[in-house]
Design a protein around this ligand. Structure first.
Ligand SMILES: Nc1ncnc2c1ncn2[C@@H]1O[C@H](COP(=O)(O)OP(=O)(O)OP(=O)(O)O)[C@@H](O)[C@H]1O
Length: 297
């Protein structure tokens, strides 16, 4: 059953249509909301939180109508905004405890929950230092911690990897995956980078100019490509030549050979080639498309 149902949602600003007749359902799990800058992602999140009234259309979040259930939605949903929104002169602990109190937790529970989520996002050591001295990665973690502190059923993460270096990005993506997998909290995460969401999302919704382009499971994007990737310890070129002699279409790629899968006998030809040449086979598997290739097509 979808946790978010969007029906015919339109949002017009003077001179700009941010969302146009958007209809889509979001299932539990980790869902990527992907689109170029200006595609309408942040606008959609604000509407779903009940913070902005759409021009027309309806939506339900966790069974609550956005027109009437904004307060209840915000109680059950965590939100990590895209832009810098943290006070520089308080510590992560003070800020996250404050956010927990704002969502109704009593003082002791707020302190305990804040300590838990800060530990979870990897900010435990630095939690008493003023946020003003934090790196971008640390500030993103504080924003994530405050989104989780009131134990939401669903979190909206708006461009959580923005401004992070590759290591910080990997760390943030790992945290998001864990929120979904270990804590059972559903996640709607936006990004303009389709490739990075492939690793952590169950489903992807792609919007362009406020319209739905595609909504499907990541596994259906990354359908098998009809090619086999073969890796041997040494003798890649020898094996490639042997397979070509036997009529297979084969090309080298990095340390591997990519072989067109031409029926079940392709596996036998490769196996025989490896045995005849006395090579050590490391792997032989079907290559999958990357989500970005599919989108570009
Ligand atoms: N309050 C507003 N007034 C006027 N135009 C707006 C307003 N909010 C958003 N827009 C416009 O609506 C469009 C969608 O903006 P939105 O911020 O939702 O996009 P986005 O996909 O989140 O992109 P980004 O990642 O750059 O924030 C843009 O053209 C933006 O300029």
């Amino acid at each position: 059953m979808p946790i978010i149902t969007i029906r015919d949602l339109t949002m017009r600003f003077p001179g700009v249509t941010a969302l146009e007749s958007l209809s889509v359902g979001v299932e539990p799990g980790v869902t990527g909301l992907v689109g170029a800058n200006g595609a309408g992602k942040s606008t959609l999140i604000k509407i779903l939180l009940g913070l902005q009234k759409p021009t027309s259309g309806t939506a339900e979040v966790l069974g609550h109508d956005i027109a009437t259930g904004g307060a209840e939605i915000r109680r059950q949903v965590g939100f990590m905004p895209e832009y810098e929104c943290l006070p520089p002169d308080v510590s992560a602990t003070e800020f996250v405890v404050h956010m927990a109190r704002m969502s109704g937790l009593p003082a002791t529970a707020a302190r305990e929950r804040a300590a838990d989520v800060l530990r979870h996002v990897g900010l435990y050591e630095e939690r008493y230092r003023p946020i003003g001295g934090y790196s971008t990665g640390m500030r993103q973690k504080v924003k994530l911690a405050q989104a989780l502190v009131h134990d939401p059923r669903l979190v909206f993460l708006d461009e959580p990897t923005n401004g992070l270096d590759p290591r910080g990005r990997d760390e943030m993506l790992g945290l998001i995956r864990r929120i979904g997998a270990e804590f059972g909290i559903s996640v709607l995460v936006t990004s303009h980078l389709l490739g990075e969401l492939e690793r952590i999302c169950d489903n992807v919704v792609i919007i362009d100019g406020g319209k739905l382009l595609r909504s499907s499971a990541v596994s259906s994007f990354t359908e098998t490509s009809g090619m086999l990737v073969v890796e041997v310890e040494e003798g890649r070129d020898e094996l490639g030549a042997r397979l070509a002699e036997r009529g297979l279409e084969v090309r080298p790629e990095g340390r591997t050979l990519v072989v067109r899968l031409d029926g079940e006998e392709t596996y036998d030809v490769i196996r025989d080639g490896v045995v005849d040449l006395d090579l050590a086979l490391i792997r032989m598997e079907q290559a999958r498309h990357h989500i970005e290739e599919v989108f570009q097509r």
